[in-house]
Design a protein around this ligand. Structure first.
Ligand code: TEU
Ligand code: CA
Length: 536
């Protein structure tokens, strides 16, 4: 049983294949590139890889628009390359979790081509089609995350179709029994190839209100959120009807029933809904739904001890039998050092952010480059690739700045990422701070993180213990909590500021692991800028 639950407390390394390692000089990372770097990933001490989409795709949303769920895009390689990745990852003791984008496909998917042909074809209801209003306008006021109406007119069918993301990402209709069955077959295809699980993209977007009710509007003071300015129309609505949740439970239960036939496999559902934590809790209750929900609580701009206590507390309160999964970085948000750091003591900040996230109760997703302390790359307007950035520039500059290539070494072209022209430029700061430089520096973020992850494996209190948010010791600067397991108790203290702070640590405890931490004669612990100490 325990072996099957490898994912509890695991550290999952997210690979964005496009930017990881290019082996054929076309400027785009590929599956052989991931294989080439498996030693590197295994040496980090992580348990698994989450591989962002590598499926056949016109790449309008860089792979999150799939045109064939069962094939590898030629840009990334062949199905046999993927099989090789699975086999070699196993040899390295690494699990493979793959992204599955079920809420929508590309408009180039054969299903959409067929569905759009007529109102009577066998797949006519596999997408969400609706007639225009009498004046020709869209059926209701739903807004797309990527801007504009969530409805697009289709000349052929003389109807609108729903797209919660890009126009080229039509939403699948999960109210159709046949579609749901087919989706389970697509998942099983990969289970049979040996994957250890799925990260289910935008999984709260599967269902919509069939009576197509208008979303209510938010009062002006509530129109904010991750990446959204107050005047972004998406932020102006409560998204109650464009993604409804109650019917989704039964579908998720069928997904779980399928995975239960492949012991040791896991689901991590990305949940970004109107009431995300409530939805997350509903999706992960009991042993019949999702194993874990991916939450956005630590992917926003807020950064303070209070925010951590509040967020972790709120999740712990609703999670019940579910299991938390944290991330402070991914391919959609500003890199954590630039998002939360003050710009001073960046390396200390990076170490602290990694250790803090990996010390919370739960599983952790680490995004490529985070282990190197990468900062957000600046992308010139003319170099923008992300459709989200192109649409909202300059209010929101898009996601390219966190998607630039890995930097592997000093001597090769493009820092060892590619012999050709990279699809996004390698950032200069990353180039200076590349893997080989950090491997040779005992003080580097990379080496610190490796040591920490090795030590963490020996500390059951950190991997699976309870969390106790010791609010009375936290201050405006210091975040303090405890992790406990049987007879072990770890007191963790993080200085979230770039100035020195003093922590009244428990008497008699020893600093087991820390950075910028020293004990004073009177027993208190002094923490330098972004310093921290884990005491036993
Ligand atoms: O993101 C889903 C999601 O919740 C979006 O709101 C996300 O925040 C968006 O990127 C705006 O920042 C997933 C993927 O992670 C993302 O890369 C895809 O673009 C999106 O689904 C559509 O498939
Ligand atoms: Ca390539």
């Amino acid at each position: 049983q325990a072996q099957h639950e490898w994912w509890r407390g695991a550290v999952i390394y997210q690979v964005y294949p496009r930017s990881f390692c290019d082996t054929n000089g076309d400027g785009i990372g590929d599956i052989q590139g991931i294989i080439k770097k498996l030693d590197y990933i295994a040496e980090l001490g992580v348990d698994a890889l989450w591989v962002s989409p590598f499926f056949k795709s016109p790449m309008k949303d860089f792979g999150y628009d799939i045109s064939d769920y069962r094939d590898v895009d030629p840009i990334f390689g062949k199905l046999t390359d993927f099989d090789e990745l699975i086999a070699k990852a196993k040899q390295h003791g690494l699990k493979i979790v793959i992204d599955q984008v079920l809420s929508h496909t590309s408009d180039q998917h054969a299903w959409f081509q067929e569905s759009s042909r007529s109102k009577t074809n066998p797949k006519a209801d596999w997408y969400v089609w609706a007639d225009a209003k009498a004046d020709g306008s869209p059926p209701n006021n739903w807004i797309s995350i990527f801007g504009g109406s969530a409805w697009e007119w289709h000349e052929g069918r003389q109807q609108y179709y729903l797209h919660n993301f890009l126009k080229s990402q039509p939403d699948l209709n999960f109210h159709s029994d046949a579609l749901r069955q087919q989706i389970l077959h697509e998942l099983e295809f990969w289970l049979q190839r040996g994957v250890d699980g799925f990260r289910l993209d935008a999984i709260n977007f599967c269902y919509h209100d069939q009576s197509l009710r208008d979303n209510p509007f938010k009062p002006v003071e509530k129109r904010t959120g991750r990446g959204f300015s107050p005047d972004n129309p998406y932020a102006a609505q409560y998204h109650l009807y464009d993604n409804t949740q109650s019917e989704n439970i039964a579908f998720l239960e069928s997904v779980r029933a399928l995975l239960d036939r492949y012991p040791g496999t896991v689901t991590l559902g990305e949940i970004n809904s109107e009431d995300s934590l409530k939805t997350l809790a509903e999706y992960t209750q009991g042993k019949t739904r999702l194993h874990m929900g991916y939450n956005f609580e630590l992917l926003a701009d807020e950064f303070s001890p209070h925010h951590f206590l509040h967020t972790v507390g709120a999740l712990e309160e609703v999670i019940g039998e579910g299991w938390p999964c944290w991330a402070v970085s991914n391919h959609d948000v500003t890199r954590v050092v630039s998002r939360w750091g003050s710009g001073k003591h960046n390396n200390d900040f990076a170490k602290m952010a990694l250790v803090l996230a990996a010390s919370l109760r739960g599983t952790l997703c680490v995004y490529q480059g985070e282990e190197l302390g990468f900062t957000q790359a600046d992308i010139a307007r003319e170099d923008l690739q992300d459709p989200f950035g192109i649409e909202f520039w300059p209010d929101f500059k898009g996601r390219d700045g966190c998607r630039t290539p890995m930097a592997w070494d000093t001597s090769s072209t493009n820092a060892g990422f590619s012999d050709g022209k990279p699809w996004l430029p390698v950032d200069d700061a990353h180039r200076r701070n590349n893997v080989s430089v950090q491997q040779q520096d005992p003080e580097s973020v990379l080496n610190f993180y490796k040591q920490f992850l090795q030590w963490r494996r020996t500390m059951p209190a950190l991997v699976s213990g309870e969390i106790n948010l010791n609010t009375s010791s936290s201050t405006d600067q210091l975040l303090v909590f405890r992790r406990t397991n049987h007879d072990t108790e770890i007191h963790a203290c993080f200085n979230l500021s770039d100035s020195t702070a003093v922590w009244n640590a428990a008497a008699g405890s020893q600093i087991a692991l820390g950075n910028g931490a020293k004990r004073n004669d009177n027993g208190t612990i002094e923490l330098g800028p972004y310093g921290f100490a884990l005491c036993i």
